[in-house]
Design a protein around this ligand. Structure first.
Ligand code: 5RP
Length: 233
């Protein structure tokens, strides 16, 4: 293996370890009797594993088929959002976090269900490795869940909002819809862009989560785990 390959491998291992540390740390916010929203992805995966290991007396709802299967395989009780009704806490990952706690989500195409579950909870805790912290949302792209009726019309509307490109993923969402990624470059006002995307007929949901939804970010990296707490809510 070349030095460069070894460095990349070491970086990937460190990132995986950070994801596990952040994910497991956030499980500490869950106690017996809680109703818990479970996010989707490789970081919150470890929250779910930790919750399974602790065998707490909790009821959960899941943001994806993948998470539902993982949680039930670990012995957690998972019911639908309508059955659970409300939540005490929701925990999820993110693809980008900006200084105002705005998030990009949807790397795993689950952002519609994730936004519904996060909106059901007074406490929304986000778990990330430090590579997800950015100065401004945008480099990851903005995931869009789109009805498969007039994707070309939706694409034109998103380009008219300032996107440089819009691509469609091969895989659909768990809801059977198309998933697109729009590149807006650096996003100056994520909340305003989110509102503009909501106004496009055919967009089921976009992956911008306003910072007002977020209680805290659990960040793990080379210096261990720390938390960013959103005092502005
Ligand atoms: C799925 C998401 C995930 O939370 C996001 O993609 C982060 O994933 P990971 O923890 O694997 O980096 O929004 O739709």
């Amino acid at each position: 293996m070349s030095d460069a390959d070894a460095r990349v491998q070491a970086q990937q291992q460190a990132q995986q370890q950070a994801k596990e540390e952040a994910g497991r740390h956030a499980a500490g916010y869950v106690t017996d009797g809680m109703k818990v929203g479970l996010g989707t992805g490789s970081t919150v995966h470890w929250t779910i594993v930790e919750l399974g290991e602790r065998a707490l007396d909790i009821i959960c709802t899941a943001t994806s088929v993948q998470t539902h299967e993982l949680a039930t395989s670990l012995g957690l009780r998972v019911i639908s959002p309508d059955e659970i009704g409300s939540l005490d806490i929701a925990i999820d990952g993110a693809d980008e976090v900006d200084p105002a706690f705005n998030l990009t989500k949807g790397g795993g195409a689950a952002h519609t269900r994730e936004k519904i579950i996060a909106s059901m909870s007074p406490r929304f805790i986000v778990v990330v490795d430090e590579s997800k912290i950015v100065e401004a949302l945008g480099p990851f792209g903005t995931p869009l869940e789109v009805l498969d009726f007039a994707p070309g019309v939706v694409t034109s509307a998103v380009l008219a909002l300032g996107a440089h490109s819009v691509t469609t993923r091969e895989r659909r969402s768990d809801n059977g819809n198309l998933v697109m990624d729009a590149q807006f470059g650096s996003i100056a006002d994520p909340v305003a862009l989110g509102a503009a995307l909501w106004a496009v007929p055919g967009i089921v949901e976009h992956g911008i989560f306003p910072g007002a939804m977020v209680e805290r970010i659990v960040v793990a990296g080379t210096a261990g785990v720390h938390e960013l707490v959103n005092d502005q809510r």
